[in-house]
Design a protein around this ligand. Structure first.
Ligand code: SF4
Length: 284
């Protein structure tokens, strides 16, 4: 099973999203998860097309709403491997509040953000992760705002698996996605995925020059949240690898009282008639 579909990817030649797609497909193959047990929830934007190219269940949701749909899926069927995917605009602008609440709840969902620091689908406007001073059609005199720092935000919000990849470092990205899927709880894999058409600053070469690879930092401890925050801040968020993982993470759905282990569709959810009569009697 290779997880490929017959649909030809619509992205511009050289787009970083090709690398993310290839890494996700490889991770699923290596984990030997059957396609009927995988659901991809994709947001709006160039990256949101990813679900069309993976042979699994796919829901293409409205802008910024990958998190609530992914959570609903997971609660309805815990046997599903639920993967949410989208861009920096989808996740860190309109989807920001869902993102924060998903992290503090900690459902067993993998969230892959293809971060190219620009809005590509709408032809090149400043996004939440665009750097201060970045010039686009929407900010011709340079971006006045400070960028969202997704990794620091995730660490501060209590995310239990925080990783960052680069679409051209396939080996590392496959490993990070596999780790995210295997992690019991919410897993963020923010991935630098260059937009070759509209972002002429944050190019492949720019990332290669600026990224610090944690695989080459021998004494880095991915189980120390505070140290992780300090390290990432010191390197302006430009760090790839497994940044933090909580070893004893318990997913949200396992703590919910009364939610059966089996998929909702396989459970008898009809109310107990006798109990219902007793409750109604209290209001007579
Ligand atoms: Fe990729 Fe940018 Fe083209 Fe969109 S516009 S497909 S993000 S290269």
């Amino acid at each position: 099973q290779d997880y490929k579909t017959s649909e030809k990817a619509w992205w511009c030649p050289g787009c970083g999203d090709f690398g993310v797609l290839a890494a996700l497909q490889k991770a699923l193959v290596e984990l030997e998860i059957e396609p009927h047990n995988v659901a991809v929830v994709a947001g709006i934007g160039c990256s949101g097309k990813i679900g069309n190219y993976i042979n699994a269940y796919n829901i293409h949701v409205t802008h910024g709403r990958t998190m609530p749909v992914a959570l609903g899926l997971k609660l309805a069927n815990r046997d599903l491997t639920v993967i949410a995917a989208g861009g920096d605009g989808d996740g860190y602008a309109i989807g920001m509040s869902h993102f924060l609440h998903a992290m503090r709840r900690n459902p067993d969902i993998t969230y892959i953000v293809m971060d190219n620091r620009i809005y590509g689908l709408t032809k090149g406007q400043t996004s939440p992760t665009s750097q201060t001073g970045f010039e686009t059609k929407s900010t011709p005199d340079g971006n006045l705002e400070r960028p969202v720092q997704p990794i620091q935000l995730a660490l501060a919000a209590g995310a239990t698996y925080v990783a960052q990849g680069f679409s051209s470092n396939q080996k590392q990205l496959v490993r990070l996605i596999k780790g995210a899927i295997q992690h019991k709880g919410f897993a963020l894999v923010n991935t630098f995925s260059p937009c070759v058409t509209f972002n002429k600053v944050n190019t492949y070469d720019w990332f290669k020059e600026h990224l610090v690879d944690l695989d080459e930092v021998p004494d880095y401890d991915p189980h120390d949240r505070v140290a992780a925050m300090r390290f990432v801040a010191e390197h302006d968020g430009l760090v790839t690898g497994l940044i933090y993982q909580e070893p004893e993470s318990i997913p949200f759905e396992e703590k919910l009282p009364g939610l059966g282990r089996r998929p909702l569709a396989a459970q008898d959810l009809r109310p107990d008639k006798e109990k219902l009569q007793q409750i109604l009697a209290q209001f007579r």
